[in-house]
Write a protein that binds this ligand. Structure first.
Ligand SMILES: N[C@H](CCC[C@H](N)C(=O)O)C(=O)O
Length: 276
């Protein structure tokens, strides 16, 4: 059987997107790892799956799988591509789309200028919600990483994030420290390791070594987590322009209990078919 898919990206964070509303396929971690391979497969950071909603009040279910085949709770860049995809495929005529994810409900708005704004829900901070092993909740924690002691913030956007402030992002050893943080034993379910350089009160630069995918050109939930961490520490003020290697995202957060609003592009690359 041939399975139709669309290759898309959000600021270079790239995706295979499949519609399992009008198609049927049995996915496995092994098959997803084959598809994600950039030499022998399609190649992507994440696979995004569109399904009918479980909750009748929602428009769709949105499932996310990392390149390593693991299913995860949330993907911000993917959410913008999801909105573009379901409109392109005429799966909805709505411009405000309510979506259920394993990390909680999100709301996608396709704006007149073609940018997409996502209500990512409220960030969570307690160690149990990350999850992260710590005796009490704090703004920052000391994490033993190799020979170093890093100061990190932790934020859940439905998926787990650590944020480390650095002075010089370009020379920072993300390739070395990223995987050590990603699989650090204090993060029971792994973590996306963000590294942020402050520019001014409304601007910062960010690199993210993603759980299950490695360093990506952009990470939407990572941008949200870093902006929130910077605001909580008093270094940043909403709105924040978060500059990633693949481009910038506009992040707004009005404070505890409030949703994080992320705005950015979604790009179609090509339509494909693969035999399953
Ligand atoms: N690697 C992430 C999922 C993708 C997040 C990222 N691509 C985004 O845009 O938010 C995780 O394991 O939680």
């Amino acid at each position: 059987m041939l399975l139709r898919f669309t290759k898309m990206h959000g600021l270079g964070n790239d995706f295979m997107v499949i519609d399992l509303v009008t198609q049927h396929a049995q996915l496995s971690a092994k098959l997803i790892r084959q598809w994600s391979d950039r030499h022998t497969g399609i190649g992507f950071d994440q696979l995004l799956v569109v399904e009918p909603p479980g909750n009748p009040d929602m428009d769709f279910r949105y499932r996310i799988f990392n390149a390593d085949g693991g299913e995860v709770e949330q993907c911000g860049n993917g959410a913008r591509c999801f909105a573009r995809f379901v409109q392109d495929k005429r799966l909805t005529a709505k411009s405000e789309i309510h979506v259920e994810t394993a990390g909680g409900p999100i709301i996608l708005n396709v704006n007149a200028d073609g940018q997409i704004t996502v209500d990512m829900g409220a960030p969570r901070f307690s160690p149990a919600q990350i999850p992260f092993q710590a005796d009490t909740e704090a703004l920052t924690y000391t994490l033993e990483v190799g020979e170093q002691q890093l100061q990190i913030s932790t934020v859940s956007m439905g998926n787990p994030h650590s944020v480390t402030l650095v002075d010089d992002l370009d020379s920072y050893p993300v390739a070395t420290l990223g995987p050590l943080i990603e699989k650090h034993p204090r993060f029971d379910q792994g973590v996306n390791a963000g590294f942020m350089q402050l520019i001014d009160r409304h601007h910062a630069r960010l690199r993210v070594y993603e759980r299950g995918a490695g360093e990506t050109l952009a990470c939407g939930t990572g941008a949200c987590a870093a902006a929130v961490a910077g605001i909580r520490l008093g270094h940043l003020v909403s709105p924040v322009s978060m500059q990633l290697p693949g481009g910038s995202l506009h992040i707004e957060w009005a404070g505890p209990g409030q949703p994080v609003m992320m705005t950015g592009p979604a790009t179609r690359v090509y339509e494909g078919q693969i035999r399953v």
